[in-house]
Ligand binder design. Structure first.
Ligand code: DLL
Length: 434
């Protein structure tokens, strides 16, 4: 099975753009009529729905930010009466009230269609046994993919996150063929497998669909080797829908954004100016089919770039590169921008260390200091001190050249960094609590 919906996934660009314009106009009409927040913002910008005549006119519309969503907590941006809303999800956020989103029956239907497309792109078909180890509940990961598996007609094992030993037992006993979880949890499962003497050959596992947090090409290779699978990157966010906004194909060279449902843009985060293909900036989405919670030019804070070159897989939808990080996760240390994924891209080149790491930032006097903790492999840990020091120096100088910053690299004991069952925490920034 190559595609779930070839008609839409491989549609001629001119046809796709015609559908996009129709759907964009309908969405703008819908929010203008039903959401006071959007109507007021358009009026303030001197716009009415009739001003959206071409796809380029999208650029005239004001952005929507995470703060706008917070200000309208909980249901202020819903565009349908509550009686039409069949499901609520919420994203946890770090502080304060969550961001709340809603779905009509038709929204759930569209979401199921898109996650079914993702599963097929990742290698699934009707015979697959899909173990969902994303959390179920307010988080969109578990239920979002769950409905896609049912739509596809494969078998879903709604395991949710955690309970690692049982995950492995069921994976073996049920013959799971596809695992869905965060990349960090996939790695943890691989570790526990090795620990309990389960080899990839003992399982039927062939594919993984991993996302909800940034990860690197190096991490993909590690996970693929250790689990003996093909690992596919899946992207999404609650505000726009949940998992299934975009997915990698077998080319593993960027994630196709389902453009019959969303229009992506890249903007310069400081000026808001639209950027060309290939230029890195903030990803912005406009939904085209959502009823309960449409979004107009929503600023995701995720940083990436878009690629409109044709793809060998046959899909015609543009690709986004893997997310390098959120602007919120970017550390500024002595004026230098640092993303945790940069550290990951360096350490995954070495077999002497595990892909388990933590960045700790402190302010000592007036100076910001970055400590990077990386776990040694069991083998390195039992090696001579001299050899450990040699590896430390080598990785340290590699890190400094990639980050452009002096770091205090600490090689720590195997298994000493906390494992994650959901989104991994890679940064402790002690400066914020000064
Ligand atoms: O994480 C939805 C999701 C669930 C996606 C399962 C994929 C798989 P939120 O909790 O709202 O929703 O978090 C969304 O997570 O803005 C990105 O910063 C980050 N993120 C999601 N997928 C990826 C990915 C879900 N593949 C936020 N790579 C987004 C990097 C990702 N970051």
């Amino acid at each position: 099975m190559k595609y779930w919906n070839e008609t839409y996934e491989c549609m001629k660009r001119s046809d796709l753009e015609r559908i996009q314009l129709e759907r964009l106009q309908a969405t703008v009409n819908h929010v203008y009529k039903n959401v006071p927040f959007y109507r007021t913002k358009m009026q303030q910008a001197g716009l009415s729905p009739a001003d959206i005549r071409t796809l380029d006119d999208l650029e005239k519309l004001p952005f929507t930010t995470k703060q706008d969503l917070r200000d309208n907590y909980p249901f202020g941006l819903f565009a349908v009466p509550q009686s039409e809303v069949v499901r609520i999800h919420a994203s946890s956020g770090t502080t304060g009230k969550p961001i709340v989103v809603g779905y009509t029956k038709k929204d759930i239907d569209a979401w199921s269609e898109l996650t079914a497309r993702c599963l097929v792109a990742a290698g699934a078909d009707r015979n697959s046994v899909v173990q969902i180890s994303y959390g179920y509940g307010l988080f969109t990961g578990g239920l979002g993919l769950h409905y896609g598996v049912e739509r596809l007609g494969a078998t879903v094992v709604p395991m949710s996150a955690g309970n690692t030993k049982k995950q492995l037992m069921l994976m073996k006993d049920f013959g799971t063929t596809l695992l869905a979880c965060t990349p960090s949890y996939a790695l943890y499962l691989a570790e526990e497998m090795e620990h309990s003497g389960i080899r990839p050959e003992d399982l039927r596992l062939r594919y993984g669909i991993f996302g909800a947090e940034p990860w690197t090409e190096g991490m993909r290779r590690k996970i693929e080797e250790r689990l003996g699978i093909r690992a596919t990157d899946i992207y999404g966010l609650s505000e726009v829908m949940g998992p299934g906004v975009s997915i990698e194909c077998e080319q593993q060279d960027g994630l196709h954004i389902f453009e019959d449902h969303f229009i992506p843009e890249i903007i310069d985060p400081s000026t808001g100016a639209r950027q060309d293909y290939g230029t890195t900036g903030e990803l912005v989405f406009t939904s085209l089919t959502k009823e309960a919670f449409p979004v107009i030019r929503y600023r995701t804070r995720d940083l990436t770039n878009l690629n409109n070159k044709p793809c060998a897989c046959g899909r015609t939808h543009v690709r986004m590169n893997r997310i390098m990080g959120r602007s919120d996760d970017m550390l500024i240390i002595r004026g230098v921008n640092v993303f945790p994924t940069q550290v990951e891209s360096v350490l995954t080149r070495y077999s002497d260390v595990e892909p388990q790491y933590l960045l700790v930032v402190d302010r000592i006097g007036n100076l910001d200091v970055l400590e990077v903790q990386i776990e040694m492999s069991q083998k390195l840990f039992s090696d001579e001190v001299r050899r450990i020091e040699e590896v430390r120096r080598k990785i340290g100088s590699d890190l400094e050249s990639v980050l452009g910053l002096g770091v205090n690299l600490k090689l720590v004991e195997p298994k000493s960094i906390e494992r994650s069952q959901g989104k991994a925490k890679r940064v402790i920034d002690n400066r914020k609590y000064d």
